[in-house]
Design a protein around this ligand. Structure first.
Ligand SMILES: [Zn+2]
Ligand SMILES: [Zn+2]
Length: 400
């Protein structure tokens, strides 16, 4: 989003034009219309000049999503948007919009102070903000500047909530946090924007991106602040960080914060696979109930599963085993399906991938030597905990 000079404002527009801009911004946000077409429609059909059309669209979309915007939306336009947003998205939507609005006011005040050396309060906007906050009713009182748009508590019904952060997403966020531990990037920093983009691609690849607000800059920034509450370096001198995190945060922190090399490795693995699978559905699909998600997250889990189900490799491993031993059996418990079930069990055995998937380079082929044969019981046991068992661990568990 570009910075726009301060004197550019949409205040001279009438309600009809504002309403038209609102509908266009909604259509763009819902990916029903391209931004460029929306701007053209406002220019041609509603007599709004091009740059103001762009301001309308971009600023209104920021209000929908609870993102900071750095352009001037007139008082009437803000009031109109907040009302319409409340109608369609309920109190949560209103809170997001007001958080974005307050951040916008503060941005202008800071910016003006920097330019002129005098602090100037945007009185009219402050007054409007106060009025909108007051009529917001329940839930507005605890609005302190910004709202965690991904907070899992929905006090009101009927509004869309984004899915809780998955472990993959938390790993990527923690990776960014650890790289800037002393001073996390600001909300509008390029690192935040970049991670927001990656998370949106990840959400699309896994089929869990559900709304226009999904992992936006505000949400990403808030997540870094959530990690602070777990960071002894931060809390040592009595500071608290942002409360209200999800429970996997603590897990991801305890698992990865002390091991930056592994963290970076896993983060890199997730990023590489998001890119690699951006245009296929290999990582999408329903969850497998008997498979516990790996510590490294869903992407690693799914990569593991599709690699060990690769038909060509499975056949290769089985035929090698047959050649060598004359039969197929579980390397952990020795179970032999054809011995137990006769012809009905012939050829049945699972293939399990033994190498930690995230250590594989993108494009690196699965080697036959990384695959072992397991019976379905043993295979299920291996994957039944978050920390998947090694074959050795499985064997010793069997003996007990
Ligand atoms: Zn497996
Ligand atoms: Zn077995």
């Amino acid at each position: 989003m570009k910075d726009v000079p301060l004197d550019m404002s949409t205040k001279e527009y009438n309600l009809g034009q504002i309403a038209a801009a609102y509908d266009m911004a909604r259509a763009v946000n819902a990916v029903q219309m391209r931004r460029v077409d929306a701007i053209r429609a406002l220019v041609q059909g509603h007599n709004i000049d091009e740059s103001n059309s762009a301001i309308f669209i971009d600023a209104m979309r920021a209000l929908f999503d609870g993102r900071v915007y750095k352009m001037a939306l007139g008082l009437e336009a803000v009031a109109y948007c907040v009302d319409r947003i409340t109608e369609s998205d309920g109190i949560d939507g209103r809170r997001r919009a007001l958080a974005a609005y307050l951040a916008n006011i503060e941005y202008y005040e800071r910016n003006e102070e920097r330019r002129t050396g005098r602090s100037r309060i945007r009185r009219e906007h402050r007054a409007l903000y106060r009025r909108l906050i007051e009529v917001g009713g329940r839930g507005s009182a605890d609005l302190d500047g910004v709202v965690d748009v991904d907070s899992e508590v929905s006090e009101t019904s009927g509004t869309r909530q984004n899915a809780p952060w998955s472990r993959d997403e938390l790993i990527l966020a923690l990776d960014l946090y650890m790289r800037h531990r002393a001073a996390p990037p600001a909300k509008d920093a390029p690192e935040i924007q970049e991670l927001s983009d990656v998370l949106n691609n990840l959400g699309a690849v896994l089929g869990q991106r559900t709304s226009g607000t999904y992992r936006n800059e505000n949400g990403v920034y808030m997540k870094l602040m959530n990690f602070r509450r777990l960071d002894p370096q931060y809390t040592a001198d009595g500071k608290k960080g942002l409360s209200r995190g999800n429970k996997d945060e603590a897990f991801v922190w305890s698992e990865f914060a002390g091991n930056p090399v592994r963290l970076a490795e896993v983060a890199q693995f997730i990023r590489a696979n998001v890119t690699k699978h951006a245009n296929d559905s290999d990582l999408a699909g329903p969850e497998e109930p008997s498979i516990e998600e790996a510590e490294e997250g869903r992407v690693a889990t799914r990569v593991h599963r599709y690699r060990e189900r690769d038909r060509r490799l499975v056949e290769k491993v089985k035929s090698q085993a047959l050649k060598k031993h004359g039969r197929l059996f579980c390397v952990a418990c020795n179970f032999d399906f054809s011995k137990q079930y006769g012809d009905a069990g012939a050829g049945i055995i699972d293939v399990h991938h033994t190498k930690p998937v995230h250590t594989m380079q993108p494009g690196e082929k699965t080697k036959v030597s990384d695959l072992v044969l397991l019976c379905s019981n043993c295979h299920r046991v291996v994957h039944s905990r978050r920390k998947w068992l090694t074959v050795e661990e499985l064997r010793s568990a069997l003996r007990e």
